[in-house]
Design a protein around this ligand. Structure first.
Ligand SMILES: O=P(O)(O)OC[C@H]1O[C@H](OP(=O)(O)OP(=O)(O)O)[C@H](O)[C@@H]1O
Ligand code: HPA
Length: 180
């Protein structure tokens, strides 16, 4: 199994790029079918979602807007349980169908925070699309509308996800090995 080293930690290959691509194709197909008449505004949650959002958006086959927010809840290999807002929601979203684009839903703290903020702003509906979901880590009562892949509760890097800023550029996803 292919291993990589990032700073002090070793990771082993867990999800190859071909599986990620297939999951995004399937999600895009559903979104194209189900949201094309809603004039949705996609919101990419930076940093982690940059790669997923870019690949998904290229497969959306109707005119569609995208905007960006920058939030952080994870430090090192764990959740802080709090969401830091580095660039927030600053457009008029009243009455819009908003699609949150997440690379991963882990504890659910970030998505819950976004959904609450968007509902206060008077959106019509919030739709959540996440490439990855860790069901065993979830601590919040949130609804996920589109999920690419369900994964075990292991710390992962690659395809946008990082360990202390490293690993985001990897095309495959790797998980932390037991010997760390
Ligand atoms: O469900 P949660 O426990 O909230 O975890 C999910 C969030 O954690 C990651 O972001 P992170 O805070 O690491 O910031 P980053 O996107 O800049 O890496 C990821 O991109 C999600 O936004
Ligand atoms: O497993 C993870 N890896 C990197 N960033 C994350 N943010 C939430 N979960 C993770």
């Amino acid at each position: 199994m292919k291993n990589i080293q990032l700073l002090d930690k070793t990771f082993s290959l867990s999800i190859p790029a071909s599986d990620i691509k297939k999951a995004i194709w399937e999600m895009a197909e559903k979104i194209n079918r189900e949201l094309r008449d809603s004039d949705p505004l996609m919101i990419c949650i930076l940093n982690g979602s940059f790669m997923f959002s870019a690949d998904l958006m290229k497969l959306i086959d109707f005119p569609c807007q995208i905007s960006f927010v920058k939030l952080a809840s994870y430090e090192g290999t764990g959740s802080t349980g709090k969401v830091k807002e580095l660039i927030g929601f600053n457009e008029d979203l009243k009455g819009r169908t908003v699609v949150l684009l997440e690379d991963i839903v882990d504890t659910g703290v970030t998505v819950e925070n976004c959904v609450n903020q968007l509902n206060k702003m008077g959106v019509k509906e919030v739709v959540v699309a996440s490439l990855l979901f860790k069901p065993d880590a979830l601590k919040k009562d949130i609804k996920l509308d589109y999920v690419g892949l369900k994964i075990p509760n292991d710390f992962i890097v690659g395809y946008g996800l990082d360990y202390n800023g490293y690993g985001r550029n990897l095309p495959d996803i790797y998980s932390l090995t037991a010997d760390n």
